[in-house]
Design a protein around this ligand. Structure first.
Ligand code: FMN
Length: 387
């Protein structure tokens, strides 16, 4: 999907400039044509030759080069998308202030293509109200931003400011390039992952769900402009910073969070694998080993059933059913019993995998969807929103 795309990579003088090498390499390997502009300060941190060797394309560092064309216009017109990664506080401030005093800032000024900034900096710099105001101003003007990750920063501080994973940046760009903002401002609720029911402080009951399908839906909907709320159980993968996420652990916590958020949303996707049972009396202390142990369980509250009862005419409810046998019949029964609008039925063996095979069932539709989870997520959104 990123193949043959013309990508202009802008590298500024942030310490994460070395991570942009990996980004350039992955984009090139996936078939994109990558040209690079480096600021003078970026060249202090990493050599232009590195990018040239990896992308096999021109790397431009100066505006007034006797041998070059008028690069800021030709590159601005050539690029299908500009990714500024890492983006310093300086470049964000310059663009927000209308300053075009070097090749990168002038090219950004001259382009009509989308520009994605990937800020990475010290947490205090990132939280500085001037930087935040600049980001907010540029976002309102249509510039794209990826939120930095939280964690240990190169400067020794801990906080928000880390360069995101390069795969996340590529995912963001490829979905942006391939999908329109057709779900703008639609509030969408998604539950994902497995719940954990405590037996004692050390042990719990859970299941094999990793939350990949729910996360794929959340990312796809977000990139298409929806206002996404993700209610996460136990999710094995990194949840991107740009998603509004409510973390839960037990079925009870997920029930409460979902009931609270449900009325605010137009469409709800219930992909979470919620435990049907929970220990009747979880122990406050670690249970000692005995020859035999009988664990008494009670039913948890059925979130989907409750949502189906509460659903208004303006809301759409989509359930997911993982079955090991009679997949379609069981899914159809669940669709009716729980008052759902759609149900995505799949075999248990897709849990944790990147690919899936789903039978998507509505009152008048029954369609098989196969492929990478994020592609299937887009198809599901198309079907729910009748695109
Ligand atoms: C070693 C070093 C690391 C730096 N790292 C960052 C950084 O991660 N983020 C940032 O915004 N600025 C960082 N700076 C400061 C920028 O380099 C400085 O603001 C510069 O003017 C940016 O220029 P440019 O945006 O034209 O590349 C760093 C400076 C040095 C000396």
């Amino acid at each position: 999907m990123i193949k043959n795309k013309k990508i202009l990579l802008g590298i500024t003088g942030g310490i994460a400039a070395y991570k942009a090498v990996d980004l350039a390499s992955k984009l090139t390997k996936q078939g994109a044509e990558v040209k690079t502009i480096m600021t003078a300060n970026a060249c202090e941190l990493i050599s232009p030759i590195t990018f040239k060797s990896i992308t096999h394309q021109p790397v431009v560092t100066r505006m007034f080069d006797i041998d070059a064309d008028i690069e800021h216009i030709s590159l601005a017109d050539w690029a299908e998308v500009i990714i500024v990664a890492p983006a310093t506080a300086n470049i964000i401030g310059k663009v927000a202030g209308g300053i075009a005093d070097d090749l990168l800032s002038t090219t950004i000024m001259a382009t009509r293509s989308p520009v994605l900034f990937v800020p990475a900096m010290n947490v205090h710099m990132y939280e500085n109200p001037i930087v935040q105001e600049n980001i907010s101003k540029l976002s309102k003007l249509g510039y794209l931003f990826m939120e930095p990750e939280k964690g240990m920063l190169a400067c020794g501080y801990e906080g928000k400011g880390r360069f995101p994973k390069t795969d996340e940046i590529i995912y963001f760009v490829q979905t942006y390039l391939n999908y329109k903002k057709d779900l703008k401002d639609i509030p969408i609720l998604i539950t994902a992952g497995a719940t954990r029911e405590n037996i004692d402080p050390m042990r719990f009951i859970t299941n094999y769900s990793t939350g990949k399908m729910g996360q794929a839906l959340a990312r796809a909907a977000y990139i298409r402009g929806a206002k996404v709320t993700l209610i996460a159980g136990n999710i094995t993968e990194n949840i991107p910073e740009y998603l509004k996420c409510i973390k839960t652990s037990t079925a009870d916590e997920m029930f409460n969070a979902t009931m609270k958020e449900f009325p605010k949303n137009q469409v709800t996707f219930m992909t979470a694998a919620v435990s049907d049972y929970t220990p009747t009396k979880p122990s406050g202390q670690k249970i000692k080993k005995t020859d035999e142990m009988i664990l008494e369980l009670k039913r948890t509250r059925d979130i989907l059933l409750e949502l189906g009862k509460k659903k208004t005419d303006r809301q759409t409810l989509v359930g997911f059913a993982a079955e090991s046998e009679n997949i379609i019949e069981n899914a159809k029964l669940k669709l009716k019993k729980k008052n759902l609008d759609f149900i995505a039925a799949n075999n248990l063996n897709v849990a944790g995998k990147d690919e899936t095979e789903i039978i998507f069932i509505g009152r008048n539709i029954e369609e098989k969807l196969t492929g990478k989870k994020f592609q299937v997520a887009h198809k599901i959104l198309d079907m729910v929103f009748k695109k």
